[in-house]
Design a protein around this ligand. Structure first.
Ligand SMILES: *Cc1c(COP(=O)(O)O)cnc(C)c1O
Length: 374
C-alpha cells in the first residue's frame, strides 16, 4: 500500500514563484481578459510550438468544440465516434446536430474510415473524428471521404497536443482542430482550449464568435458565445509551455517502463498503434483480456484498493448513455469493436510527477496474480 493515492492524471504545475511576475503584470496592467497581452503572446507562442498557422484561445475545450461547429455553420447530421469523452457528442447536441455514430478501428481506436461511407446520407454535413489518446486518425482516408462527399471535417484533438506525423502537426488536417487545456491534459492552463484553423479570415470569424458575435463596438452579427480565455489562464499557459518538452520526455520514460514491465503478462495488452513521428504519451491504456486472472473491473478495483487510481476511459461508450439511445432497443446500432475495447480498457497513471517506485508498484500489482509468458 502506498502512502498517498496515485492518480491517472495528476496535473503538471510549473514552479509557483515563476507565476508571480505574470500576476504582477496583470495587476499592473489591469487588463484581465478580452485579448490582453498574455492572451496574444500565448496564441503566438502556440502557433510556433505547434507549427500551426492560426490559433484562437478559448475558456475550455467544450466551448471551443461548440464554436467550431458553429463557425462552419454545420447543421443536420454529423458522423462521430462512440469511443470518446462525452463532450465530443454533446457539442453536436448543443448545435442542434444529430450525431451519427460509427465504430472504431481496433488498432488506432479512432473512427474506422471503412465504416463511414455506408452511413452518409444527404443530411450528413460533417465528420467529427477524435485523435483518441493522441493517436492520429487515418487522416488521409477521412480526407478522401470528406472530399468526395463534400463534408467538413473537425478534429477533436483534445488528446493530441504537439502530436506530429510525417507531414508535421496533425492539427493541420481537416477544416478545424480543437484542443483542450484542461487540468488533466498534457498541456494545461487549469481550464482552457483552442481552435486551430488554416486562414486569417476563419480565425477572425472564430474570434468574433467567442466574443458574443461582436464585429465592432456597435455591431453584432452572429449568435456568439462567451468563450474567451482570460489573462490568468493565458499566463499559466505561457509558463507551462516552458516545461512542456520536459514533461513529455518524462511521460515517455514512463511509457517505456510500463511496456517493459507489462510485456509478458498473459491477458494484458498495451495500446500499440503504428509508430507516430512525435507522440505526446498523454495516456497509457491497457486492455484486460479474458485470459487475465482477474476481470477488468476486478483489476480496476484491486488497483484502487491499493491507492492506484486508473480510469476506464472510455467506459461506458457515449452511445451507452441512455440520453444517446434514441429509438427502440432492437434498432440501436452495434459498435462491436468499441463495445469490446470499452469493457477491457484501463488507463494507467501517467504524468510527469509519477515516481519510479510508484510506477514499479503499479506494475507489481498487475503482475502478482497473473500468469507470465515463459
Ligand atoms: C477533455 C476533452 C474534451 C473537453 O475539453 P474541456 O477542456 O474539458 O472542455 C473534449 N473531447 C475530448 C476527447 C476530451 O478528452
Amino acid at each position: 500500500m502506498l502512502d498517498k493515492p496515485i492518480y491517472v492524471t495528476q496535473p503538471s504545475l510549473p514552479p509557483l514563484e515563476e507565476l508571480i511576475p505574470y500576476l504582477e503584470q496583470i495587476w499592473k496592467n489591469k487588463v484581465l481578459t478580452n485579448g490582453g497581452q498574455f492572451h496574444e503572446q500565448l496564441e503566438e507562442a502556440l502557433c510556433e510550438y505547434l507549427s500551426v498557422p492560426f490559433i484562437s484561445l478559448f475558456s475550455n475545450g467544450t466551448i471551443a468544440l461548440i464554436t467550431a461547429l458553429k463557425a462552419l455553420a454545420i447543421q443536420g447530421d454529423v458522423i462521430t465516434t462512440p469511443y470518446s469523452f462525452v463532450a465530443t457528442a454533446h457539442s453536436l447536441l448543443w448545435n442542434g446536430i444529430i450525431p451519427v455514430f460509427v465504430d472504431i478501428d481496433p488498432v488506432t481506436l479512432n473512427l474506422d474510415p471503412n465504416k463511414i461511407e455506408s452511413v452518409i446520407t444527404d443530411r450528413t454535413k460533417a465528420i467529427l473524428p477524435v485523435h483518441v489518446y493522441g493517436t492520429p486518425c487515418d487522416v488521409d482516408a477521412i480526407d478522401a471521404i470528406a472530399k468526395s462527399h463534400n463534408l467538413k471535417v473537425i478534429y477533436d484533438a483534445a488528446h493530441a497536443f504537439g502530436v506530429c506525423d510525417q507531414n508535421g502537426s496533425i492539427l493541420n488536417y481537416g477544416d478545424l482542430s480543437v484542443l483542450s487545456f484542461h487540468a488533466t491534459k498534457v498541456f494545461n492552463t487549469f481550464e482552457g482550449g483552442a481552435i486551430v484553423c488554416q486562414d486569417a479570415k476563419t480565425k477572425q470569424y472564430i474570434d468574433q464568435l467567442k466574443n458574443f458575435g461582436f464585429t465592432s463596438e456597435t455591431s453584432v452579427v452572429q449568435t456568439g458565445i462567451n468563450g474567451k480565455m482570460n489573462e490568468f489562464n493565458a499566463a499559466v499557459g505561457l509558463l507551462q509551455l516552458q516545461y512542456i518538452d520536459e514533461h513529455i520526455e518524462k511521460r515517455k520514460a514512463i511509457d517505456v517502463a510500463y511496456r517493459e514491465g507489462l510485456k509478458d503478462i498473459v491477458g494484458i495488452r498495451c495500446h500499440t498503434p503504428s509508430q507516430v513521428k512525435s507522440p505526446n504519451y498523454s495516456y497509457f491504456p491497457i486492455f484486460v483480456g479474458d485470459d487475465y486472472t482477474l476481470t477488468r473491473d476486478e483489476l480496476y478495483e484491486k488497483l484502487k484498493a491499493n491507492g492506484i487510481n486508473g480510469r476506464r476511459y472510455f467506459y461506458p461508450l457515449i452511445t451507452e448513455f441512455p440520453m444517446y439511445q434514441q429509438g427502440k432497443k432492437e434498432t440501436i446500432a452495434k459498435y462491436l469493436e468499441a463495445e469490446l475495447l470499452s469493457k477491457q480498457v484501463i488507463c494507467l497513471p501517467i504524468h510527469p510527477n509519477l515516481a519510479k517506485v510508484e510506477q514499479e508498484q503499479i506494475v507489481f500489482e498487475i503482475r502478482t496474480p497473473a500468469t507470465i509468458f515463459k
